[in-house]
Design a protein around this ligand. Structure first.
Ligand code: NAD
Length: 342
């Protein structure tokens, strides 16, 4: 039997434990897996693009466990009553290839994206950071805010979204949780004086959500929404001034803010900083940029964390997913058992 965490139980698990505690635990799993980066199989994700959006498969393995996530990105979905991003994922046992754990990952992706951002900001942002600007207050936004509070103690947010309803939703969800939220009239106003800037918008185009003139020395930029060919958020001039950090360079070159940079453009992978092989921020004046696209190892960590947390609890159930006849060669016999007699 394969263990399953469905949507209802995922939401219940997050609510019961608190999103901040879930994120805190996940940060430690991500940290541990980034530190054993060289053990994993790595490849850019497999993407199927259409005019509507993209559907992607994200596989990896540490040679004991194999994992993959199915995820979509459809920026026009909310106008049609659907979500921009949905996902599910699987862990499998490498020794026999059987799937052992299956989970909804729309909520889990929001947790893992936020936890990854926070892990990286904890490593790269100025330790005295106090104010975060957030451009884009859609599905990911609250999770991002909670992760930055958990990892860096940020409680003051300046937010902007082109959709006033999305801002109202964000304020409604987070005000009661103790955040101080200032709504800005535009992105420039939100960013002014911020220590950290999170861009988390969805638009299938080369957008300029954050302008170079608004980026000042010492900022940490957490650029989440540019994660597909032809879908970026930053004015390219920002990349000339910032130190750029990525998850996995071959994938980020295809999908990230760096997709239009000339060959040989210098980036640092996060795992190298965590292991002390390369420098992160070296001065309070540095502008650090996390060019986030989301990588398979983060989903592997998230599934591994969830699997360990829910083991033996009623958040998980079992699903009969693998056809496993008693005689491993008699697959046909399983059908025969249901054939009409005579
Ligand atoms: P969403 O559609 O729920 O929210 C996006 C928000 O951005 C919307 O409220 C929209 O009104 C706003 N927006 C669009 N253009 C804007 C602009 N120019 N200025 C200000 N606001 C603008 O999407 P989501 O699920 O929150 O995801 C946000 C983005 O993050 C998507 O592009 C998604 O693909 C990406 N994402 C990245 C990762 C990662 O690991 N890097 C993970 C999940 C999602």
């Amino acid at each position: 039997m394969t263990r399953l965490v469905d949507v209802r139980n995922m939401a219940r698990w997050i609510a019961d434990h608190g999103p901040d505690r879930c994120i805190a635990g996940l940060i430690e799993y991500l940290d541990a897996d980034f530190r054993r980066w060289e053990q994993f199989d790595k490849s850019p994700r497999v993407a199927s693009h259409t005019p509507f959006g993209v559907i992607e498969l994200m596989p990896t393995s540490d040679h004991e466990t194999y994992g993959f996530k199915y995820v979509n990105g459809h920026p026009s979905n909310p106008q049609r009553g659907f979500q921009t991003v949905t996902a599910f994922g699987v862990l499998a046992d490498v020794h026999n290839g059987y799937p052992t754990f299956l989970a909804e990952m729309t909520l889990l992706t929001a947790l893992r994206t936020a936890a990854t951002s926070a892990l990286i900001a904890r490593t790269l942002a100025r330790p005295d950071s106090q104010v975060m600007a957030m451009i884009g207050t859609g599905s990911q936004a609250e999770f991002q805010a909670m992760a930055f509070r958990e990892a860096l103690g940020i409680t003051t947010l300046r937010v902007y979204d082109v959709d006033p309803d999305a801002i109202a939703k964000f304020v409604r969800n987070l005000k009661p949780l103790g955040f101080s939220i200032e709504v800005a009239a535009n992105a420039s106003e939100a960013v002014r004086g911020a220590d950290i800037v999170t861009t988390c918008t969805a638009d299938k185009q080369l957008a300029t959500v954050l302008h170079d003139k608004d980026v000042t020395e010492g900022m940490h930029l957490n650029a989440i929404g540019g994660d597909c060919p032809g879908k970026t958020e930053l004015e390219p001039a920002i990349l000339d001034r910032a130190k750029v950090f990525v998850e996995y360079t071959p994938q980020t070159l295809i999908e990230g803010e760096i997709q239009h940079q000339p060959e040989g453009f210098e980036v640092t992978e996060l795992w190298e900083v965590l292991l002390g092989r390369k420098e992160g921020r070296t001065s309070p004046e540095d502008i650090t940029l996390f060019d986030s696209v989301g990588f398979a190892i983060e989903d592997f960590s998230a599934l591994r964390y969830l699997r360990d947390q829910v083991a033996g609890t009623d958040y998980e159930s079992e699903i009969d997913l693998v056809a496993a006849p008693e005689d491993p060669k008699d697959l046909f016999g399983m059908v025969g058992a249901f054939s009409p007699v005579g």
